[in-house]
Write a protein that binds this ligand. Structure first.
Ligand code: NAD
Length: 297
């Protein structure tokens, strides 16, 4: 069993770290938010007072942070992970960030002799808690082989996408699809309700017909059909709308540099931008159903 420093105990990181504890590892938990650290201490983690306290002599470092600037800071700043980690530590970043930041951290980590992978996740908070995430991993084969047994404690699938940054590339494409699906699911639900259909009845039909998607069956944007979905908790995240907007912005940036046309992705970015700007900032991304219904403009 390993000593694992877990950095970033938010909506996703808290459940993931708890599963590492359940698997028998010693987890040293650190977050800038002391309440998040205290919550994980109750689940059996060793609380860390700062990054140094968490990372020094740990066998593995896992980070689950909001965006590229946080990841670059935590790994590359003076007093960051690359300075603090022991030479044979395995470094795993599970955050969703831009490919350039992922490659910049990977390059510096491998120059310093570390095994580093980018390993963003798909599945949401329920999957983070249930240990059923899908990991898409970028990095050299040898680093993947070292990270895979750790990631398996938190997920149902661990798939190598290619070299450094490839995990983030897969994640950006996946989440562009998710944003488009969610908007489509919300539009269909809003129309179904206006046409007099019962939401549960339409759910029962669409979930067993060709309109089926994860946005419908795991994250249904109307309350009722999927009890674990944020729609039943007044759209408290879950997967916060600004995080979806971040991912769609990453898709836009990446598509421009790759010269690929993504008209639906662009439209989804415009809709989430307006939703976040007009009251959706603290809501789950499925709350866009309210913006689409004209309840927030
Ligand atoms: P969150 O905002 O709930 O959690 C991030 C945590 O990182 C916070 O607790 C914050 O205090 C902490 N943090 C920020 N900077 C830090 C630093 N320098 N040192 C220590 N802690 C720091 O976000 P989340 O929803 O858990 O998402 C985390 C990542 O996972 C994001 O990149 C997101 O895009 C991705 N993701 C989220 C979901 C989801 O459903 N929420 C699903 C898949 C992927």
């Amino acid at each position: 069993m390993a000593v694992i420093a877990f950095i970033g105990l938010g909506n996703m990181g808290s459940g993931m770290a708890a599963n590492l504890i359940k698997a028998g590892h010693t987890v040293r938990a650190f977050d800038l938010n002391k309440d998040a650290v205290a919550l994980l201490e109750q689940k059996g983690a060793t609380p860390a007072t700062d990054l140094r306290n968490a990372v020094t002599d740990a066998d593995v470092v896992v980070t689950m942070l909001p965006a590229g600037q946080h990841v670059r800071g935590v790994y590359l700043d003076d007093g960051g992970v690359l300075e603090l980690a022991k030479p044979d530590a395995i470094l795993i970043d599970c955050s969703t960030i831009d490919v350039d930041s992922a490659r910049a951290v990977a390059d510096k980590a491998s120059a310093a002799g570390f095994a580093f992978v980018d390993a963003p996740v798909s599945g949401g908070v329920a999957a983070a808690e249930g240990g059923t995430l899908t990991f898409m991993v970028g990095g050299p084969e040898e680093a993947f082989a070292k990270a895979e047994p750790i990631l398996s404690n938190m997920g149902k699938a661990v798939i190598r996408a290619g070299d450094a940054g490839a995990g983030q590339a897969a994640k950006i494409c996946n989440n562009m699809l998710l944003g488009i699906h969610m908007i489509g699911t919300c539009e269909a639900m809003n129309l179904a309700l206006k046409l007099g259909l019962d939401p549960q009845n339409f759910y029962d039909i669409a979930s067993q017909a060709s309109g089926q998607s994860w946005s419908l069956t795991s994250y249904c944007p109307v309350p009722g059909p999927v009890p674990a979905a944020p729609s039943n908790r007044d759209y408290v995240p879950g997967f916060a709308a600004p995080m979806m907007l971040k991912d769609l912005n990453l898709a836009m940036q990446t598509s421009k540099s790759a010269g690929v046309n993504i008209p639906m992705g662009e439209k989804a970015q415009t809709i989430y931008d307006a939703f976040v700007d007009q009251g959706g900032e603290a809501m789950d991304f499925s709350g866009v159903i309210k913006w689409l219904a004209g309840e927030m403009k």
